[in-house]
Design a protein around this ligand. Structure first.
Ligand code: KIV
Ligand code: ZN
Length: 511
């Protein structure tokens, strides 16, 4: 039997640090549910001290996960962070605190302004302090990829002696070459006393496009936990991508002496879900989950694949969930058929809630004759956005054409239940509707990016719009909207971005 490699998913912590990828608690819970379905071993749910919203997300994910997986809260190696991490994890069945500090010369001298001795002392104190609250304490040695190796060994030995159960050796800046990073891990395995009783974890960023290669080099040299994110989301160029790591381990299990317990058929769905929620799509040629990952276009390739798929295909598409279900629902499908399909897709609802879901399904099926899985997923995400909304776009009426002046009349309900009917003219129908919406909402945002695409199949496909809106303090907020009418999708996306901006501002202020 090969070694079990634990998968720590940090999409909700490191991934969310990516500009424009911030998620609210409801969205994080949707992602967490999918991570549980995917079978990850550890969910890094957030950084509780960073905002009340993050604190609440960790709390709720801890309760959601139960026994299914470890839930981990991130902290700097300081008491205040650890106190809040412990508090957020209070109801977790399998809690872990992930804490640490910089260990490279540049981090200690410039960022932390501490000496090597102070660094070791702070690390040991933090691990011992966290052990008062939880048994499972993971220590991260930030910027280990550029640290002096002798000093790194000293820090790791000290935290292992202090009771750390996992040691994370991140290549924070993605600087190393894979063989160098592998050698660092080997030297830790060979030199730290008691390392056999501790999990060694690898974590790498993709600044040189090497993140997956780096963590695999770590696994080859003794690491048994990999930290990664769906779609490689994360700071700057991102983290090692979960789908790449998991599939590489699956393909080369014997050579790496490794396996994971991830349900690979859930990979595509996890990727699509995250893209929809964050608005950050993956490029078509992205490994495993890109739209072209299994497309063969050159004549020679098509000829080969028709004769034998093995000629140009190393992965069976269905093994990563790349082939959609061919079950098609329509307005004639009853409650039972919808409930059955949603259950297969992993969704369940209380009976009161299901009536609303069924109603939305009928409205969609009336407009769009054939309803595919992607339509259902899009409808449910649209519904969860509405449930969490501060402002809701109830109706939008547009008049435009040549030579008409584009005019929008929008009906918007605010969180106090007050209905506003506003109108505006603009350079086009979208501009007019955004100007109308601006008359109601309490914050100002500048539209930075606008993308429209069809997310489902057919001429009556649902058009999805993703916008990025910049707040006055320079933060980016992603908004999404889906409808058969792209002008309505555009207005919904804008309202969604504004709602996120307000939720984030309130959460920062502790409201
Ligand atoms: O990249 C990194 O070093 C991290 C740690 C702080 C765990 O994300
Ligand atoms: Zn990181």
């Amino acid at each position: 039997m090969t070694r079990k490699i634990q998968i720590l998913d940090t999409t909700l912590r490191d991934g969310e640090q990516s500009p424009g990828a911030s998620m609210n608690t409801e969205e994080k819970l949707i992602v967490a549910r999918q991570l549980i379905r995917l079978g990850v071993d550890v969910i890094e749910a957030g950084f509780p001290v960073s905002s009340p919203g993050d604190f609440r997300s960790v709390q709720e994910i801890a309760q959601l996960a139960g026994d299914d997986c470890v839930v981990c809260a991130f902290a700097r190696a300081v008491e205040k962070d650890i106190d809040l991490a412990a508090e957020a994890l209070k109801y977790a069945k399998r809690p872990r605190i992930h804490l640490g500090l910089g260990v490279s010369a540049v981090h200690m001298a410039e960022k932390l302004q501490i000496s090597e001795d102070e660094c070791v002392e702070q690390a040991v104190h933090a691990v011992k302090y966290a052990k008062r609250f939880v048994d499972d304490v993971e220590f991260f040695a930030e910027d280990a990829g550029r640290a002096d190796q002798q000093f790194l060994l000293r820090v790791v030995q000290a935290v292992v002696d202090a009771g750390a159960t996992v040691v994370n050796i991140p290549d924070t800046t993605g600087y190393s070459l894979p063989e160098e990073y592998g050698a660092r891990i080997k030297s830790i395995m060979d030199n730290v006393k008691g390392i056999e009783n501790v999990t060694v974890s690898v974590h790498a960023h993709d600044d040189l496009g090497l993140a997956t290669a780096l963590v695999l080099a770590g696994v080859r040299n003794g690491a048994t936990q990999v930290e990664c994110t769906i779609n490689g989301l994360g700071e700057r160029a991102g983290n090692a991508s979960l789908e790449e790591v998991v599939m590489a381990i699956k393909m080369h299990g014997e050579a790496l002496d490794a396996h994971t317990d991830v349900r690979t058929r859930e990979l595509m769905r996890s990727s699509r879900l995250l893209s929809r929620i964050t608005g950050m799509s993956v490029q078509a040629n992205k490994a495993i989950v890109g739209a072209n990952a299994f497309a063969h276009s050159a004549g020679i390739h098509q000829d080969g694949v028709l004769k034998s798929a093995e000629t140009y295909q190393i992965i069976e598409p269905s093994s990563v969930g790349a082939i959609g279900s061919e079950i098609v629902l329509s307005a004639r499908s009853g409650h039972a058929a919808l409930q059955h399909r949603l259950a297969e897709l992993g969704y369940s609802f209380e009976s009161g809630e299901f009536d609303d879901v069924y109603q939305r399904f009928l409205e969609m099926a009336d407009q769009k004759k054939e309803v595919y899985d992607e339509d259902l997923e899009s409808m449910l995400e649209e519904r969860s956005r509405d449930v969490a909304a501060i402002y809701t776009l109830d109706a939008l009426q547009i008049q435009c054409g040549d030579p008409l002046v584009p005019t929008a009349v929008a009906t918007i309900t605010d969180e106090d239940g007050v209905r506003h009917i506003v109108s505006a003219t603009g350079t086009g129908p979208i501009d007019a509707s955004y100007k109308a919406i601006d008359q109601v909402v309490s914050v100002h945002g500048d539209l930075e990016e606008y993308v429209v695409k069809a997310i489902t199949r057919g001429i009556d496909a649902i058009g999805e719009v993703v916008v990025r809106v910049k707040s006055d303090d320079g933060m980016l907020f992603t908004g999404r909207g889906a409808n058969n009418d792209v002008v309505v999708s555009s207005a919904k996306a804008y309202v969604n971005a504004i709602n996120r901006m307000i939720t984030t501002q309130r959460s920062r202020e502790g409201r």
